[in-house]
Write a protein of this length. Structure first.
Length: 495
């Protein structure tokens, strides 16, 4: 699907493009910029509005209320800056379509060029056009990402002491990695496209030969769920032990959903890294004894010398001794917390075309998603308890070294391995979207968030190649780019 292939557009977009009298080849550029601007400013505007409403309800002084307008202007103006996300989107999509149109025109001007290229690469005319589209996107992706990377950030600059003839000065060292999340998103989608195409070809051959097995059918069914479960395992492991590998906003959201006492996380990390050991006085008893006091538990429960292991009652945070009761309470509380968030959002969406059917669908969708999140959290905590008290000691033993081993990683690994399978509650389409959503975030826990500036070309290359794969697939087989992204790219890239 090229920039020159005309398809009907929505009335709002069509009227704007007609009012501006934009040529067909420039329309994808405009759509990309508008979409990038809205996606980058809308969340910040909503946050600003919620903060302002909260301050007004609490009767905060006029000083903060009067700061609303300058903040609003700053957000709206920030999206117009050159090295921001909207310009990146416009450069990526506009550059791709403009270069493609230019290269296609060059190819069309002389049939002999097609003959020569086809001869040397053994390609049909369609493959030549596909190559032009791929190369155009590669070039546009390379330079658009470099545009984003050129914006400096204080979070990626360190100052190291350096001896000079006049004394010691601090020399700034700039690191790369600001665009890592964007690159991992592109890589994930490209891998999904390539693997999906290979699997589809494999399936068609096997079905045609009558050799499609139940194992292969089950693999197709569970692929998205497996991606989600394995990704969540990496994310939840990082959240416990290396939270700095997660984006701050994502880290904060997990913390809100998990509703866990920070002191418990501190204890788990210290057990993991050997600072807190069973049967050995290391001066760490105060970490959990503060929890014991707040939850009316014996102080000895928090002493690693006297309690081997720590009773699960500490993990239950006041719910009681039963691990099953704790898991159930987690499910109920998480369900209610999620339902109070999902239902208003889904009801707002029904206001566009309200009906009894859409209202019922909003209720069902909210309940299903809330049950999924509740089950996710309940399985996570119950997996920890299974490893600590129900299953782990029966397999590994109850000696002090084994108890230390269980609480230094095995119990958390058990919860991480179980929680993601709650996605089976969701429908197939939702499982697909969730899997593709969390996979880049899981990869971010494996790759460094900051790296040497001179190695930045590797990330740029990965992004450019991945984007070229995805954009080319949108043009050739749009159904292969799954989920909302595929539909969005079709609308943006279509003239």
């Amino acid at each position: 699907m090229t920039a020159a292939s005309a398809q009907p557009r929505g009335p709002g977009t069509r009227s704007l493009e007609q009012a501006l009298a934009l040529p067909l080849v420039l329309r994808p550029l405009l759509r990309a910029w508008v979409l990038g601007y809205l996606s980058s400013t809308t969340p910040r505007l909503l946050t600003l509005l919620l903060i302002a409403l909260g301050r007004r309800r609490k009767n905060i002084d006029e000083k903060h209320v009067n700061a609303f307008l300058p903040s609003l202007v700053r957000i709206l103006r920030g999206g117009l800056e050159l090295r921001r996300f909207p310009t990146f989107c416009a450069a990526l999509v506009g550059g791709s379509t403009l270069l493609e149109a230019h290269s296609t025109a060059k190819i069309n001007c002389t049939d002999s060029i097609i003959f020569v290229v086809s001869y040397f690469i053994n390609a049909t005319n369609s493959r030549v056009y596909r190559l032009a589209r791929c190369m155009s996107t590669f070039v546009a992706a390379w330079f658009s990402l470099r545009l984003l990377q050129s914006k400096k950030s204080a979070a990626f600059i360190d100052h190291v002491p350096e001896a000079t003839p006049t004394g010691v000065t601090l020399r700034p060292i700039q690191f790369a990695g600001r665009t890592m999340d964007l690159t991992l998103f592109a890589v994930t989608r490209a891998v999904d496209v390539l693997v999906g195409e290979l699997w589809a070809q494999h399936k068609s051959r096997r079905v045609a030969a009558g050799q499609w097995t139940d194992i292969e059918r089950l693999t197709s069914t569970l692929t998205d769920s497996s991606i989600f479960a394995s990704s969540c395992a990496l994310i939840m492991w990082a959240w416990i032990y290396t939270p700095d590998r997660l984006p701050p906003s994502y880290n904060k959201w997990i913390k809100s959903a998990a509703a866990v006492d920070q002191r418990l996380l501190t204890a788990l990390r210290r057990v993991r890294f050997g600072e807190m050991k069973y049967g050995l006085e290391t001066g760490q008893a105060h970490v959990l004894q503060g929890m014991c006091k707040d939850y009316n538990l014996p102080l000895d429960y928090g002493d690693p010398v006297k309690s081997i292991p720590f009773p699960c009652e500490i993990v239950h945070m006041g719910v009681g001794k039963s691990c099953e009761k704790h898991a159930l309470s987690r499910w109920v509380n998480s369900f209610l917390w999620a339902f109070s968030t999902y239902l208003p959002l889904n009801l707002i969406l029904t206001l566009r075309t309200p009906s009894k059917k859409r209202f019922r669908h909003a209720l069902e969708s909210s309940a299903r998603s809330s049950a999924f999140l509740g089950t996710f959290i309940a399985l996570y905590y119950y997996g920890i308890c299974l490893a600590r008290t129900r299953v782990g000691p029966r397999i590994l033993g109850t000696s002090i070294p084994r108890r230390q081993q269980i609480d230094s990683g095995i119990c958390i690994g058990s919860g991480c391995a179980l929680c993601g399978w709650s996605v089976l509650i969701e429908n197939a389409g939702r499982r697909k979207e969730l899997g593709l959503f969390v996979a880049p975030r899981a990869l971010a826990t494996v790759f460094p968030r900051r790296y040497l500036w001179e190695n930045q070309w590797r990330e740029t290359l990965a992004f450019a190649v991945s984007t070229a794969v995805v954009f080319t697939c949108v043009g050739e087989k749009p159904e292969r780019v799954r989920g909302v992204l595929g539909k969005l790219l079709q609308k943006v890239l279509t003239a």
